[in-house]
Each structure stands twice: as structure tokens, then as C-alpha cells.
Write a protein of this length. Structure first.
Lengths: 113, 113
DNA sequence: AGTATATACATCGCCTGTCAATGTATATAC
DNA sequence: GTATATACATTGACAGGCGATGTATATACT
């Protein structure tokens, strides 16, 4: 973990939804996917991860069900609802807008290029 | 204000420092500059702004002095120290890294292009 | 004279997301 | 029998952002 989590704050839910919009998954797997995709630069803390799941479910963006593993630890799978897909697409648009804006605001002084 | 401030959270200090690295300024002016640069999409709340100034000063990134206005409201000017300039340059690098990472993590599912 | 608006700084208390610490349980490898 | 990996979950503390509120000066309008 080398990326400051303060800078990812606010995108946690979007990152999780990006995973769930492509296929049902569960906490541990999503976190592994994030670690791999970031080449070990970033991972979600468990408290953050499960807290985000709770919020997403409360908002109707995801639904959960227990996997039917006959061996190993049990898994709680999450599935994105249509509302969740909409939320994700909207979050992506917001990210693009925020990214553009931050780039502009940071460049104000013309110091960085 | 149409941009969710949750997405800017964590960049407040960087945005302020971008202004102060190019020239000394004061709270009200910086906020106006942000509003203009963002075409009215974003502005800092005063409590956020002055809270950030306090932290930046506590960390030695900026120093402050009262302006010598003979008319109108008094202004507290802020000046970036060398440590502050370093902090800003480092923050810019972190932003670039975070931006790249978020783009990658959000693209995981290959849903957005 | 009174009111509204713009400029300008500042603080208090609340809310929310993150995290360290801790706990539970199953399975495999040494 | 002990360490490691898989897997889920909660609790309490902390930090940043924000609504509300307060102070003060100057200008414009009525």
C-alpha cells in the first residue's frame, strides 16, 4: 500500500461497484482484485470494505446471498441491482468531472504541467 | 456547486497550495479563484477553507500576515514556505498516481470506456 | 436613516467514512 | 500442534467537511 487512502476516499463504493457490475463477487475476492489491479499499491481495509457493502445494500444498489460452498470459509456474494448499475454509471461520470476539475484547480498557478 | 465535495475531499489542501505557490493570497480571494476556475461548479465552504489554513500553518507549509488595507475588511494573507512548495509538488505527484489508479480500478469490469 | 449586499475572517458541534484492533470459523501445509 | 490463508463482521476512535452562527467594514439603493 503506497497510495494514500485519503485520495481514494469517496471512490470506494464506485470501485466496488465496478467489480460487481461485471460479475457477482464477495468481499475477499474484490479486495484481492483491487490489490492485483493496483500491483499491490492499494487495498481496502476490511472495516472499510464491509462498511461500504452495508451502505450499498441499504441504498438498494446491491443484494446479497450466501454461496453454497461445501468446503472452506463461507462466502457472502453480492449482486448489483439495476439501480446499482445506474449508480455506477453515474459515479463514473462524476469521477470524470471531478478529475477534470481537480486537474484544472491544481494547475491554477501554472507550476505543474 | 454541482460537483460532489466528497470527490474533492483530500485535495482541498493541494488546491489551496496551488494558489499560494504562485502568489500570496487570502481566503476570500482563493475561494473566488476556485469558483471562477471551476465555472461556478465548485467552491470551498468557509469552515473547510479556514480549517485547511490552520492545518497548513501548523505543518509549516504556509505562514500568515495581516494585509495593510486602509479601507474595507481586513485580510489575512498567506505565503507558501519552501516546505510548502515541496508539499505541493509531492501532492501533485500523489494526485497523478491516485488518478491513474482510480481510472484503472473503475475500469476493472470493462464496462465504462 | 434604514436595509441589503459584498467583502472578509473565524469557530462550534455534528456527520460520515476510514481504520486499528479484535473476534469468529474453516481448511491446508509444515 | 501451530502457522498461514481464506472469509466475514463489529467496535471505538479519529479526521475532514459542513451548516449554522457571529463579528466587522464598506457601498448602493430607497
Amino acid at each position: 500500500m503506497s497510495i494514500t487512502s485519503d485520495l481514494i476516499r469517496g471512490h470506494t463504493e464506485t470501485i466496488i461497484m465496478a467489480n460487481l457490475c461485471s460479475h457477482d463477487s464477495y468481499g475477499y475476492e474484490i479486495n484481492k482484485a483491487i490489490q492485483e489491479a493496483s500491483d499491490g499499491q492499494y487495498e481496502l481495509k476490511e472495516a472499510t470494505l464491509y462498511g461500504a457493502f452495508r451502505r450499498l445494500e441499504e441504498n438498494g444498489y446491491i443484494v446479497s446471498y450466501w454461496g453454497d460452498e461445501t468446503t472452506g470459509a463461507r462466502r457472502r456474494y453480492y449482486h448489483s441491482t439495476d439501480k446499482g448499475k445506474e449508480f455506477f454509471e453515474n459515479s463514473c461520470k462524476e469521477w470524470i468531472a471531478a478529475k477534470t476539475l481537480i486537474d484544472k484547480l491544481i494547475d491554477t498557478g501554472g507550476i505543474m504541467k
